[in-house]
Design a protein around this ligand. Sequence first.
Ligand SMILES: Cc1cc2nc3c(=O)[nH]c(=O)nc-3n(C[C@H](O)[C@H](O)[C@H](O)COP(=O)(O)OP(=O)(O)OC[C@H]3O[C@@H](n4cnc5c(N)ncnc54)[C@H](O)[C@@H]3O)c2cc1C
Length: 378
Amino acid sequence: MTGAARTAAIRTDTVRTAAARTGTVRTAIVGGGLAGAALAWRLTELGLKPTLFTSEQGRRTDATQASGGLLRGFETDPARARAAAESLAELRASPLLRGWADYRELDSTVVLPPGTDPAALHTVLRLLDELLPGSAELRQLPDLKPFLDLPPGSVAVVERQAGYLSPAALRDALLAQAVRAGATVRTDPVLRVLPEGTVRTAGGATAEYDTVVLATGPWTPGLLAAWGLPGGGLRSKRIQYTLGRGTPPGLGAFVDETCGLYGRPAGPGRFLLGLPTDEWDVDPAAPRTDADLARRVAELAAQRLGLDSWPGPDAVTVAAADCYAPAGGLRLRACLPGAALLSFTGGTGGAAKYALLAARSAAAAVFSGETPDEDLPS
Ligand SMILES: Cc1cc2nc3c(=O)[nH]c(=O)nc-3n(C[C@H](O)[C@H](O)[C@H](O)COP(=O)(O)OP(=O)(O)OC[C@H]3O[C@@H](n4cnc5c(N)ncnc54)[C@H](O)[C@@H]3O)c2cc1C
């Protein structure tokens, strides 16, 4: 950083801290997906009145609209497991949040390949037992129905307190609640944010903020590049699944890490199934579906779940992009050291699970004026 930039950064930090102390920090959020909506809601819980800018066109193809909404506590990484389990515990404990999110409780099964480190597995299982008591248990072959053809030595973590939600319904409810609590939502896409906090919109408005948070999901890497700012390793990636007719008996939500297949029930007689893609740096405004990938999903549905006629003639394949981070998932990151511009994205294909918790930490950091010092772009 140059001397002038360092002086500007120190001044910005001082202004922000003073504003937070008096509760008058001017905060803008760009992006009204689940991340932006949850952050706006959490900020209003702390007494702030953020302005959230959203794009009606973007909402139609965003990650939140397309998301499968699978929820569980188990992740192989303990930090992610803690975030997912704490978020799930908060949702399950609140009838209001459950209603807003249209939460459906189901068993969740994660099948793990042979050779999964048993010590790491037990660390996560102990953590789950603390946060969601009695929910998770370890199962071994042959007690892994209805999965077929699993490699010998596969194990599974089965959770009873898991399920799925509607991220789009939760987003809408959180935004409505944030507005009731004093937030402003402007359907006016942002054209440019300057690092010191100036926001310019497509509608011609210009305003200054103490903190601007880019919660623009898979649009974020393109926006940062267009504004000449470092991307911090954030990238967009396509996600695709198919909704089809046919259900594996007794199976709730699942991820089979021995082949990548994941899914959940999707209404009477229907099941959602998908496989990860490897398509990076995609345009979130123009998601395309990949017929070859959909065919591979149907082959695995037959081979691994015995669903010979899934997906059937009225199948629907859904594709959208999410923003992936090199480490850490959905969290607040500085776009430049000391700048007023932060990002809150990096959901890495799984932030519906822990958006509530991530937004709580991000709101606390914005409120206190703390600049996140992790993951600064190099
Ligand atoms: C197909 C799919 C399936 C998924 N399934 C699961 C799952 O089963 N479980 C799970 O936990 N997670 C899942 N995820 C991940 C999870 O849904 C996402 O991580 C989460 O929804 C991301 O929310 P977001 O707000 O960061 O991004 P988005 O929902 O993409 O929102 C970004 C918003 O920013 C707006 N925007 C962009 N540019 C501008 C601008 N210049 N001005 C104003 N607004 C702008 C867009 O209009 C958009 O509304 C899935 C994701 C996808 C794509």
